[in-house]
Design a protein around this ligand. Structure first.
Ligand code: PEP
Ligand code: MN
Length: 348
C-alpha cells in the first residue's frame, strides 16, 4: 500500500498515522516524489482497509501496490538507488565492473589478477573462497584462507572485495572482512540466509537463481531489504533453457525488465551466463548497450590451469581490451556520465 499525503500535511498530523501502522509490524518507507509526499507500507497489509487509513486527516488517498515486492519496487523508490561502497559509486548512473578469478587459488594468483584488473579499470575484485560446486569431488575453494588472501589483494591494490557467502556459519567473518557479500544463484531462495544477510546490513550482490523468474528474483531481494539492508545489487547470470550451446542462456531483456520494476542496480555476469571465454566480450558489450549498471567478469592469469571455470575466464589482456570497448559503448548509452575517468577507475 502507498499512502499519498495531502500537500502541506504537518509532521504532527503524520506521526499518529505512522505510529498506528508501525505498531502492527509494517515497515514504513518515505517516498519523496517531485511534488507529493508518500509513505510506502511493506509487510502484511491485509489487515488494513483503505478506510482505516483515510480516517487520518493528513491522508489524500491510498493506492494498493499489486506487486508482491514492495521495498524493491520502483513504486516505493522512484529514482534509481545508488550508494557508495568504499568510495565506489554503485547505481544511479555509475558503471560498476567487478572482475577477478572464479576462485582464489594462491596469493600470487589473486594479487597478480587484482593488479591487472585494477589497471584496466575494474572497481571491485571478485574471487570465490567458498565455492558451490555441482560435484562434491571438485575444488570447493580455500575457505577462510581464501578470504585472507583476498584481504591481502585488497591491501595491495585498494580494490574492495566481493565474495560469495554460502552459509551463515561464516557470516561474522564476512561482515568484518567483505565489502560486498555475494549470494550465489544456488542460494537465491535460501530464505534463512537471505534474512540473515539482510539483517547484517552490509552491501549484497544477489545473483538470479538458475531457474527463477524475475518476480522470484525480486522477492529474494525483498527478503534482504526487509531485513534492513539498503545496498543490494541484482545480477543476471543466465538461466536454464533447452539450449545446450552455452552453459546457461543470458536473459539480456532482464536488464530493461528489471530496471522498469525496481530501483536496484542491475549488473550482468557474462561469464557464468555463457560458459565460454570467447562469448564474454560480445555479451559484455551487449549488456552495456542494454543499460546494465555494471558487469561481473571472471578473469584469470592462466585460464588453462584454473581450478574452477577456466573455460569461461578471460585473460587480463582480453579484459583490458574489453574495458576499452565497454567505455566506448558507455559514451553512447550514457553520455551524461560527467566523469568517465572515475566511473571506471582508470582510462586506457
Ligand atoms: C560465482 O560468481 O562465483 C558463481 C558461482 O556464480 P553463480 O552463483 O551465478 O553460479
Ligand atoms: Mn565461476
Amino acid at each position: 500500500m502507498i499512502i499519498i499525503l495531502k500537500n502541506g500535511a504537518k509532521q504532527s498530523e503524520i506521526e499518529p498515522l505512522r505510529n498506528y501502522i508501525s505498531k502492527k509490524g509494517i515497515i514504513l518507507q518515505d517516498i519523496v516524489g517531485e511534488t507529493t509526499r508518500m509513505i510506502g507500507m511493506a509487510g502484511d497489509t491485509s489487515g488494513f482497509t483503505e478506510d482505516m487509513i483515510l480516517r487520518y486527516p493528513c491522508v489524500e488517498r491510498v493506492m494498493r501496490v499489486k506487486e508482491p515486492y514492495k521495498l524493491a519496487s520502483r513504486s516505493f523508490h522512484e529514482a534509481d538507488s545508488s550508494f557508495e561502497v568504499e568510495g565506489r559509486k554503485v547505481g544511479g548512473g555509475a558503471f560498476t565492473v567487478i572482475a577477478g578469478p572464479c576462485s582464489v587459488e594462491s596469493e600470487e594468483q589473486i594479487v597478480s589478477i587484482a593488479k591487472d584488473v585494477k589497471n584496466s579499470g575494474a572497481s571491485f575484485l571478485r574471487g570465490g573462497a567458498f565455492k558451490p560446486r555441482t560435484s562434491p569431488y571438485s575444488f570447493s575453494g580455500l575457505g577462510l584462507d581464501g578470504l585472507e588472501l583476498l584481504k591481502i589483494a585488497r591491501e595491495k591494490t585498494g580494490l574492495p572485495i566481493v565474495t560469495e557467502l554460502m552459509s551463515s556459519e561464516h557470516l561474522d567473518d564476512f561482515i568484518n572482512d567483505v565489502d560486498i557479500i555475494q549470494i550465489g544463484a544456488r542460494n537465491m531462495q535460501n530464505f534463512t540466509l537471505l534474512r540473515q544477510v539482510g539483517e547484517a546490513g552490509r552491501p549484497v550482490l544477489l545473483k538470479r537463481g538458475l531457474s527463477s523468474s524475475i518476480d522470484e528474483f525480486l522477492m529474494a531481494a525483498e527478503y534482504i531489504l526487509s531485513g534492513g539492508a539498503k545496498e543490494v545489487i541484482l545480477c543476471e547470470r543466465g538461466i536454464r533453457t533447452f539450449e545446450t550451446a552455452t552453459r546457461n542462456t543470458l536473459d539480456l531483456s532482464a536488464v530493461p525488465v528489471l530496471k522498469a520494476k525496481t530501483h536496484l542496480p542491475v549488473i550482468i555476469d557474462p561469464s557464468h551466463s555463457t560458459g565460454y571465454w570467447s562469448l564474454v566480450e560480445p555479451m559484455s558489450l551487449a549488456a552495456t548497450a542494454a543499460g546494465a549498471d555494471g558487469l561481473i567478469i571472471e578473469v584469470h592469469n592462466h585460464p588453462e590451469a584454473a581450478l574452477c571455470d577456466g573455460e569461461q575466464s578471460i585473460t587480463p589482456q582480453l579484459f583490458h581490451r574489453l574495458m576499452g570497448k565497454v567505455r566506448a559503448i558507455r559514451e553512447v548509452v550514457h553520455p551524461e556520465a560527467a566523469d568517465r575517468q572515475s566511473e571506471m577507475q582508470t582510462t586506457i
